[in-house]
Design a protein around this ligand. Structure first.
Ligand code: A3P
Length: 291
């Protein structure tokens, strides 16, 4: 079975396209008390949440739109650019690796394991550094590796458990990708309230503009172009074709890729790992995890 290579830096399985100095900068980041962290296991909707938060902050400051550049779209794994004030930072670190400050706010986005797994496969396939691996790495290899936690960023299941253990911490708020898809307006209002942006939360016009700005169809073009450009700058390589970071944005895409046996194995594993924590029932109203 083929596996995705990774770089073990500071006990975390970094992707091989992240330079070590940037990885260490991220691990050693000293958080500003007002930084806001958007945390998720990869492919669970963190970039979408970043856009919601940036647009909410811009709306609260009466700005028409926010800039899409490396100062506004910071990514902890790739080393945060030092700023004098608070920043909005995306992070894929588990809680035990996450540099934290008791004053920070953390928004954690969870997505069902099966869709996260499929999305992760297609994401990795985009990265030229993995093209050798993908000569033999199949979706079936990936489905097993994801279950074993034998891939970049380690185990999805341990990642989710590490953050869920903090669920009573008032500075940490959880969102489900599936809820964001089915009830986006409610999610946007909840994020605004959590950040103390009552002015926006109570303004229907502003909420609607955030909703429109952060829809899949509105974000797809600019985010994919931005991701391609930043990946090219980081790796100093030109990328062919479209960089489909925002790919399908659907609930249940795993049904197009999992066999009945793989689906069964995931249900069993989820019941074992999450059983008794409450996590096992988070997706009860979606047709994605059968307990
Ligand atoms: P798919 O590959 O299933 O399309 P992350 O930013 O954490 O890496 O997550 C990426 C996933 O979130 C991708 O999933 C992407 O399409 C999805 N996504 C991003 N913005 C979205 C939006 N506005 N609506 C629905 N899904 C979105």
């Amino acid at each position: 079975m083929t596996r995705l290579p990774f770089s073990d830096i500071g006990g975390f399985k970094f992707p091989i396209d992240v330079p070590e100095d940037q990885a260490r900068q991220g691990l050693n980041y000293v958080a500003h008390p007002e930084d806001v962290f958007l945390c998720s296991y990869p492919k669970c909707g963190s970039t979408w949440m970043v856009q919601i938060v940036l647009k909410l902050l811009a709306s609260s400051n009466n700005e028409d739109s926010q800039k899409l550049d490396s100062n506004t779209l910071q990514f902890l794994e790739q080393g945060v650019i030092p700023a004098t004030g608070p920043v909005v930072v995306k992070s894929h670190f588990p809680f035990n690796v996450q540099p934290s400050n008791p004053h920070n706010k953390y928004i954690v986005v969870l997505r069902n394991a099966k869709d996260a797994c499929v999305s992760y496969y297609f994401h990795k396939k985009l990265i030229p550094q993995y093209s050798e691996t993908f000569k033999t790495y199949t979706m079936q290899d990936h489905i097993q590796a994801f279950l074993d936690g034998d891939l970049t960023r380690g185990s999805y299941f341990d990642w989710v458990l590490s953050w869920w253990a903090q669920k009573d911490n008032l500075n940490i708020k959880f969102f489900l990708y599936e809820d964001m898809k089915t009830k986006p307006k409610e999610a946007i209002v909840d994020v605004a309230k959590f950040l103390g942006l009552e002015d926006v939360a109570e303004d229907e016009t502003l909420v609607n503009s955030v909703l429109e700005y952060t829809s899949f169809s509105a974000l797809k073009g600019p985010i994919n172009a931005w991701m391609k450009q930043s990946a090219e700058a980081r790796t100093k390589k030109a990328y062919d074709g479209e960089f489909t970071f925002l790919r399908k944005g659907e609930i249940g895409d795993y049904k197009n890729h999992f066999t009945a046996e793989e689906n069964e194995a995931y249900n069993k594993f989820i019941a074992e790992k999450f059983g008794g924590t409450g996590l096992e029932h988070l997706w009860d109203s979606y047709d994605v995890v059968e307990m």
